[in-house]
Design a protein around this ligand. Sequence first.
Ligand SMILES: C[S@@+](CC[C@H](N)C(=O)[O-])C[C@H]1O[C@@H](n2cnc3c(N)ncnc32)[C@H](O)[C@@H]1O
Length: 224
Amino acid sequence: MILRTYGRRKGRRLRPFKETLIETLLPSMELRLENNQITGQDFDLKKHPTCFFEIGFGAGEHLALQAETHPGTLMIGCEPFLNGVANLLEHIHTKSLQNIRIYPGNALELLPLWLNTSLDRIFLLFPDPWPKKNHHKRRFVQKDILTLLSQKLASTGKILMATDHEEYFQWMVDQVQNHPDLVIQNPLAETWTTPPDVWTITRFQEKAIKAGRTPRFLWIGRKN
Ligand SMILES: C[S@@+](CC[C@H](N)C(=O)[O-])C[C@H]1O[C@@H](n2cnc3c(N)ncnc32)[C@H](O)[C@@H]1O
């Protein structure tokens, strides 16, 4: 049984234009799982020397910015929430982005099949905090999943995690510090509120700021 770390898959009914994007644009960039293999139209990992991977891209604004900023890098986005997928497709359509592939589902289904040591960046931005104690087991950040991420990360690759949930942030720090293969690259607390160089305020970050919460960022690498 694969862990489900997300809530709903469907929200408000899609506008007709977004429905059309799901029907016409998604098939050309969708990744699928068939017989334990990752398939997709014109999908060839070897064509791209670098690859970034975003888990739970939400409305897709960050992945679209990364794709625009790094046109030679392959961007993989996983998101089971259909309205979010439609939103990313709108960015792709508007900006004519060519370097994104989408898995419209659980990243934990795709990641185990991914090539080891191949991801230059893994983004986990404002993951669901599952704040109640009896829901902590649904948190994305936990030992076995960190092990999976460390296996997929290139030797010089980095994981970026962000959250506005204070207790989850401390949890992230603890989980990484206790992990044998990973190391926090920005251990000083004064660096935690500095956003990355390539950055756009995501929808969840915006909500956090409006509610007076402070987003914090953690950079993680592999111990060599
Ligand atoms: C709180 S939202 C944040 C969205 C976005 N990153 C942002 O900053 O606006 C968390 C997102 O992660 C997605 N998610 C949670 N678990 C996931 C998983 N295992 N694989 C892919 N997406 C996941 C959820 O569907 C949701 O859209």
